[in-house]
Design a protein around this ligand. Structure first.
Ligand code: SME
Length: 160
């Protein structure tokens, strides 16, 4: 059993510091990428308030394919450049979307989602996966969330 005492009501900088430390401890020394993504998805789900989907899409033969996640069953394949995830994967840049309904081509996997944060995970400069967070609240994510999830992506670069 793993017990991580992450203070979910702490200021964001502290919350993400604890989350990244916990993810580091959980994945260190484990070479199985699926196991690591599954545990990190669970950690994100238990640590971040007001989130209705948290998980991974993996780059498989120039297409995003659903990976381990928490939340409702979701679309399985996303073309590069399509939706928020496909845009993050195609550009290699974090996508911070305050209102998903205003994002051209947004893919609605859960009708409850109102805002979204997608961060690419890179290895040797190439996108190998994206971390996707959805919230039912508009403007749920800000640049502090983006920085926190980017730090997480950095840790995971060689572990998924
Ligand atoms: N909304 C995403 C699709 C993935 S789900 O949110 C889990 C998108 O537009 O890429």
């Amino acid at each position: 059993m793993y017990e991580f005492a992450i203070n979910t009501s702490a200021p964001k900088a502290e919350l993400y510091r604890e989350l990244v430390q916990s993810a580091d401890a959980l994945t260190a020394g484990e070479s199985d990428g699926v196991a690591n993504m599954a545990n990190v998805a669970a950690l994100l789900w238990q640590s971040l308030p007001d989130v209705n989907w948290a998980g991974f899409y993996r780059m498989v033969e120039r297409e995003l394919v659903l990976g381990p996640f928490q939340g409702k069953a979701a679309c399985i394949r996303i073309a590069l450049g399509a939706g928020v995830c496909g845009t993050a994967a195609a550009t290699g840049k974090t996508q911070l979307v305050e209102d998903v309904h205003a994002f051209p081509g947004h893919i609605a996997c859960d009708a409850a989602s109102a805002s979204e944060l997608v961060v690419p995970v890179k290895r040797d400069g190439n996108v190998i996966a994206v971390i996707d967070l959805d919230s039912p609240s508009p403007s749920r994510f800000d640049t502090d969330d983006a920085a926190g999830i980017e730090a997480l992506a950095e840790i995971l670069s060689e572990r998924i």
